[in-house]
Design a protein around this ligand. Structure first.
Ligand code: ADP
Ligand code: MG
Ligand code: ZN
Length: 485
């Protein structure tokens, strides 16, 4: 078996949250009756003239700034010619060799370019029953036609399905924070094509790539990429060659095969690009750059830096919280809560990202978002403060968290109600430790003669007796003290 290294580059389409369409004054559509948001421009009627949407260009510049692109002082639109019923003009207005933003980087992935274009209309395939069906008739809803899109193209810098999924989440968070798009995959305002190849591990030449089209959830993207990597590896392993083609991934578990070809390289379109003669070039002046810069808040990458260097989190925790804005927001609210004793930031980050998230994952309808849970940031901070100050043991704090997740409430009150306050190092705990040593004489003897691991049953006894309220470190200290170590 040869070891293979996957290589992945992404092409992402983001619907921009402008009020009106890319080249006309029609308002964007959110489920209005079909064909009610149209005009001669977005219907492609002869003689209609497009005008570029300044707000879309503003958003494009913000995206370029967020990923550190070179912003072109002058860029132009091209016509990308092809026939399809969802494209009434017979061409899409897009950018070609002079895009708005060139190069850049988001985290460890280089950006090739960012450009602006218009969305196509929506085809709906309808059966005679009136249900959506493949397909007695196809009807067109032009409401979506002309919606502004930013297309972001990465360099082939991703190396696994999981890394692609994780990076795409960072991109989504970044776009959401910029406020340039709803970036909702289910609703199609964030769409992703994955370009995938594999090569023998240790080599540098790129293998032949395939393009997996339009996957509409993070889960399916990761699964689709994984399936395509496996398919390519199997081809190479059996001495075959990967064909350059455009593929469709069917995420249904009974899909055989899950990956099918849409078209091969030979069938690839020649789009006969040429400059759009009805639009003037986009000339970006200082005023537009200033406006874009002023509209940008703190981005996830900068937030991760601040979490790490100002708040003092580990790099991993900082990224984990900052790259998922809902976690970062929750963490910052908890950190700002007035609780006594205050939680140490790293401990708080761990309680949120590990203990709380694990409990929400199976939880009802939070989708892993602590802001939608019953645990308020202040309650999380108070609990973490108690645990860090050893006023409750870790085991007891986890029990309290279980209750908070189930029913909400105030950790201090729960600790009192349930008698979960930690036994401190006073006489009570010392007496329990003495009883534990007496009941585990063999283990005590082994600890005394240097076998530190033998302490397990002794600590277990104390925890049972105290219902988990004793602090593990304090128990160990008392055991050693009483054994004269
Ligand atoms: P095309 O001309 O087929 O559209 P591009 O060079 O424009 O190809 O690249 C499109 C996308 O494919 C980019 O995201 C790029 O990073 C990625 N890509 C290019 N070559 C490869 C490869 N060999 N393996 C994986 N991804 C690739
Ligand atoms: Mg391309
Ligand atoms: Zn219109």
């Amino acid at each position: 078996m040869t070891a293979y290294e996957p290589v992945i580059g992404l092409e992402i389409h983001i619907q921009l949250a402008t009020r009106t369409k890319m080249f006309c004054g029609c308002e964007l559509s959110f489920g209005e009756s079909p064909n009610t948001r149209t005009c001669p421009v977005c219907l492609g009627l002869p003689g209609a003239l497009p005008v570029a949407n300044a707000r879309a260009i503003h958003f494009g510049l913000m995206i370029g700034m967020a990923v550190g692109s070179e912003l072109a002082p002058r860029s132009i639109f091209h016509r990308k010619n092809y026939f399809y019923p969802d494209l009434p003009k017979g061409y899409q207005i897009s950018q070609y060799d002079e895009p708005l933003c060139l190069g850049g980087r988001l985290a460890d992935v280089r950006i090739h370019r960012v450009h602006l274009e218009e969305d196509a209309a929506k085809l709906v395939h309808v059966g005679a029953s009136g249900r959506i069906h493949a397909s007695d008739a196809s009807i067109v809803d032009f409401n979506r036609g002309g919606t502004p899109l930013a297309e972001i193209v990465t360099e082939p810098d991703l190396r696994s399905a999981e890394q692609a999924g994780e990076w795409l989440r960072l991109l989504r968070t970044t776009m959401r924070q910029l406020g340039v798009s709803d970036v909702n995959m289910e609703e199609g305002s964030l769409r992703c094509d994955a370009n995938i190849s594999v090569r023998p591990a240790g080599t540098t030449e790129l293998g032949t790539k395939t393009e997996l089209k339009n996957m509409n959830s993070f889960r399916f993207i990761e699964r689709g990429i994984r399936a395509e990597i496996a398919r390519q590896e199997a081809i190479l392993e059996s001495g075959g060659r990967v064909a350059q083609e455009t593929l469709h991934y069917d995420p249904r578990p009974n899909a055989h095969p899950p990956i099918t070809s849409l078209r091969s390289k030979e069938e690839a379109h020649d789009y006969r690009y040429f400059p759009e003669p009805d639009l003037v070039p986009v000339a970006v002046g200082q005023e537009m750059l200033d406006a874009a810069r002023a509209a940008m808040g703190e981005l996830p990458a900068a937030r991760a830096e601040r979490f790490e260097h100002t708040i003092g989190l580990s790099p991993d925790s900082a990224r984990q919280l900052a790259f998922r804005a809902e976690l970062g927001d929750y963490f910052e609210q908890a950190l700002a809560a007035q609780v006594d004793p205050p939680p140490p930031p790293q401990a708080l980050a761990n309680w949120i990202a590990v203990d709380l998230l694990a409990r929400l994952r199976d939880g009802e309808g939070t989708g892993g978002d602590p802001n939608l849970s019953r645990v308020t940031p202040a309650a999380m901070a108070a609990l973490c403060g108690l645990a860090a100050a050893k006023r409750v043991s870790v085991g007891a704090a986890r029990q309290v968290l279980d209750r908070l997740v189930a029913a909400g409430g105030d950790p201090v009150a729960i600790v009192q109600e349930e008698g979960l306050a930690a036994l401190d190092g006073g006489d009570d705990l010392a007496a329990v430790v003495a009883a534990a040593l007496a009941a585990n004489a063999d283990a005590a003897e082994r600890v005394k003669t240097g076998n530190a691991k033998a302490i397990g049953p002794i600590v277990g006894y104390v925890m049972r007796e105290t219902k988990g309220r004793a602090d593990g470190g304090e128990v160990t200290r008392l055991v050693n003290e009483q054994l004269g170590i």
